[in-house]
Design a protein around this ligand. Structure first.
Ligand SMILES: Nc1ncnc2c1ncn2[C@@H]1O[C@H](COP(=O)(O)OP(=O)(O)OP(=O)(O)O)[C@@H](O)[C@H]1O
Length: 292
């Protein structure tokens, strides 16, 4: 795997020099490997949205630098437009950015802007619509006629249609009911698996992160508190709780049992690992039974 994002000593101050100056990022450094699915979590105001807004140049570092595919976004002569095609950013509530007459035209907006020929634009619209489960009938409707979840999917498809190498999503499931959340997040996971694209997903839900991401970046007061695999981060469940983050119930149960002195390996702290561990134990029991 090769590195796709490098963040070096990144700091960002809103309203610098003013009485209300806020340091939203404080000397943040990390790298992302191409093909990773990184979940970004942290309490309100910890700097998550500010961080991701640096990946396609929406914000300029106060100090430090951000490299995408080895190139510094802000170095002399860098073409910011090219970074916007390389990194697709889906903001919170992107449905407010839909403005075309039909969903198909909205999804086509990005690829058309890239100067692609019309046949390729149409191919990409169909491909992206299929990824997020939008029917031909819906494509011909006005975005304003759709439900909240459908509008969100149109907005995500519009970014996918640009074929970015990195897809960054800020709370893509915010405000949706549980079914809508699962639909959107599963579609993003399937897209990640089929295309190998790098995904950075900001979420308030540890459950979602445990389910979909393979790495987790935990933000706390403008700094990185943890950055590791899902298993290793969940193995530090007690610290997550101390950072004010709610961890999945299964994690809390295992943590309690461990604190009560039971010998529970830390990697059963997430549901997939708990299931694997139970399956292993059952298999061992059945094997043992056959031998008895
Ligand atoms: N446009 C802005 N002007 C001034 N301060 C801002 C601005 N946007 C964010 N901040 C401040 O910067 C800090 C980090 O905010 P940011 O939105 O990046 O956090 P977050 O982790 O994404 O929060 P949330 O989970 O609530 O979305 C907060 O203290 C916030 O109040």
């Amino acid at each position: 795997m090769s590195e796709i994002i490098r963040v070096e000593n990144l700091s960002y101050i809103y309203n610098q020099g003013m009485p209300d100056a806020t340091k939203a990022l404080d000397d943040v450094s990390f790298t992302v490997e191409e093909g990773d699915f990184v979940g970004i979590i942290g309490s309100t105001g910890s700097g998550k949205s500010t961080l991701i807004s640096h990946f396609n140049g929406l914000n300029r570092p106060t100090s430090g630098r951000v490299l995408v595919d080895g190139r510094d976004l802000w170095e002399q002569g860098a073409d910011l437009r090219s970074f916007r095609f390389l990194v697709g950013l889906v903001m919170q509530y992107p449905e407010y950015q839909l403005f075309e007459e039909t969903c198909a035209r909205d999804i086509a907006y990005g690829p058309r802007n890239m100067g692609l020929d019309e046949a390729e634009v149409q191919r990409r619209v169909r491909e992206a619509a299929a990824f997020v489960g939008l029917s031909d009938e819906l494509l011909e409707k006005s975005p304003f006629e759709l439900s909240g979840g459908q509008k969100r999917r149109v907005a995500i498809a519009g970014v996918m249609a640009m074929h970015p190498r990195v897809l960054v999503l800020d709370e893509p499931a915010a405000g949706l009911d549980p079914e809508g959340r699962d639909t959107i997040l599963s579609q993003i996971r399937d897209y990640h698996e089929k295309t190998g694209i790098t995904v950075l997903l900001v979420s308030h839900s540890m459950e979602d992160i445990a389910k979909y991401a393979n790495r987790v970046l935990v933000m706390h007061h403008a700094k990185i508190a943890m950055y590791d695999t899902v298993e290793n981060v969940f193995a530090r469940a007690q610290e997550l709780l101390e950072l004010g983050l709610s961890v999945p119930q299964v994690t809390q149960i295992f943590l309690k049992l461990r604190q009560m002195g039971l010998d529970i390996p830390a990697d059963v702290y997430t549901i997939p690992y708990a299931v694997k561990t139970i399956q292993k134990a059952l298999a061992a029991k059945q094997g043992g039974g056959a031998n008895a």
